[in-house]
Ligand binder design. Sequence first.
Ligand SMILES: NC(=O)c1ccc[n+]([C@@H]2O[C@H](COP(=O)([O-])OP(=O)(O)OC[C@H]3O[C@@H](n4cnc5c(N)ncnc54)[C@H](O)[C@@H]3O)[C@@H](O)[C@H]2O)c1
Length: 346
Amino acid sequence: MTIRVGVVGCGFYAQNHLNSWEELKSSGAVLAAVCDVDPAKAEAAGRNFGVPFYTDAAGMFDAEKLDLVDIVTRHETHRALCELSIGRGIATIVQKPFAPSWGDCVAIVDAAAKAGIWLAVHENFRFQTPMRHVRRVIDSGAIGQPTWARINFRTGYDVYRTQPYFYDEERLAIADVGIHVLDLARYFVGEVRHLSCETQRRNPKVRAEETATMMLRHENDAVSVVECTYGSRKLPDPFPETLLEIEGENGAIVVNIGLRMSVTSGGQVLEESIGSPLRAWTSEPWHASQEGAFNACQHFLDCLKRGVPADTSGEDNLKTFALVEAAYKAAEEKRAVEPETWRRKG
Ligand SMILES: NC(=O)c1ccc[n+]([C@@H]2O[C@H](COP(=O)([O-])OP(=O)(O)OC[C@H]3O[C@@H](n4cnc5c(N)ncnc54)[C@H](O)[C@@H]3O)[C@@H](O)[C@H]2O)c1
């Protein structure tokens, strides 16, 4: 079974998606066409990957027989593009953040549900090899039920060089990277009952917050601290590693810089390196993020072929997006906030 994929958006991060679909050829993915409103980017991607290129998504959807659309544009375009692909009956993946507002995200999920269209959000941190490893340790029961966690993405790496639009975003740390770490908190510890949040703007060149410290109370009573910053001064800089401590009833998992994991279980300590593998088209230090994107695409392809929802389906990702919204509200109102998903039916 082959799946013809059309990629919309050929900018910075889309290169990882394009390479992933190319590598997934042996698993049945066919990169069929690419599209970018910037003709130079569309043409460069089309020529690099030897596929037709378009500057208009609707034109590409009409001209190519696509089984899957992969949207890798920035969030302000996500709703319109999703509605376009869903409206044409094409399975759709959209990059995080799902959309600019809660209302937009719900509208996309509802449109897909109404049309019976498979929808996934390209949330990739939980697909990174080290994070999968941590989850396997939790699933093994080695530490028992998680009761407390600290999960952090703290860096001073110059992310503004490849993503200059970060300077002008109305929302930065939580919406861009906190969203991944909040998703990991759900993935490792469980759904969230309420959260509080303090934001900081320590870099005057940046319009929005570049640091956030969040505290979550989970449904199972566990507590987690979720931290993210693009303004760390710490050396060595762990970019783009997510570091963590998870304490359970019977033990603990610690992931330190260099992706060294130690698992304490039954009074014994096991040390292991859980670094991200390099793929032919990835390079340090981004490889940890790049291979997460590959693993995510592989998962989406597999789920679509089997006709099952992705782990990060649209419906699932509403729960992560609700945490982002709750975090901004909590920071603004200086109080703990329940995520919107608590109030959503079904
Ligand atoms: N998962 C991750 O780890 C990760 C990392 C970086 C970026 N991202 C996400 O990837 C997305 C893209 O980010 P980026 O840094 O590559 O941005 P970018 O600006 O480099 O690329 C976006 C591209 O989309 C094109 N575009 C805009 N509107 C379009 C439309 N209607 N039709 C076709 N093309 C259109 C632009 O011309 C541009 O080339 C964002 O949602 C970002 O949050 C995710």
